[in-house]
Ligand binder design. Sequence first.
Ligand SMILES: [Zn+2]
Ligand SMILES: [Zn+2]
Length: 298
Amino acid sequence: MRWPLPRLCGVLLVGAGLVAAGAGMSGQTSSSGWKLVVLGVAQDGGMPHLRCTEPPCSEVRAGHRPAEKVSSIGLINRDSSAAYLFDATPDFREQVHALTGGRVPDGIFLTHAHIGHYTGLLYLGKESIAAREAPVYATRRMADYLSANGPWSLLVKDRHIVLNVIEPDRPTVLAGGVRVTAMTVPHREEFTDTVGYLIEGPRRKALFIPDIDQWDRWDRSIRELADRVDLALLDGTFGSPQDAGARDMSQIPHPLISTTRERLKGTRAALWFIHVNHRNTERDRAADLAREGMEFEM
Ligand SMILES: [Zn+2]
Ligand SMILES: [Zn+2]
């Protein structure tokens, strides 16, 4: 079986991954050293998904296609090796290995407290590597939640992680001048608020919004934002209303891929969908679903 490979002007195929080459997206020839790497594409529960007996889950179990790690991206400078991770997923170990070779990233930016987005923090604790003061960036509510509730509170108390509270809409300036700005988005708030990120590299800007209830419930225009960036990695949970299966979609709202495509038709940003549900019917036919290993010069 073959999977459709994403097509993007200037994309080079490198091994199993993709490199959106420096010359490809804007005509520049030299590199900034920074690249954004897709480390996982699946929704929180991963793919294959528990209790899923149909394709694509059954194809993974039969060894006919690769499993998909949970949605996450990394930012790495190939000259200085500075590295930042966006979301700490249940696949945290493999994703950190892929990003840094196993070294704890210089910063971990969290979006919210759902299983696919922060539970990987546990690998920084005593039972694993007992990290020393790994910098974690989170909103006030997310930071308070981690500080107040076990097992996360032990990571804080024993200083395996250090919480850096980020104010939405205020950029955090990282090594090398990269700017990261959190934007609050509407999403089920059982424990914390939720943010997406604007990542501004020396050459290019990217949006990372893996989870949002609906674009219309947001006080910002995704269209205006996408028109200001080069790359948009957006919530691709569902392709059609049937993709939720027996689950009530009103309880797990997400913009449909087709809705987002329509809204962003002709935008300046290269659009890629991430955070893809295991039942998403677009998986094997869409050319704009992100793939693990894709790289974009920043
Ligand atoms: Zn999620
Ligand atoms: Zn969520």
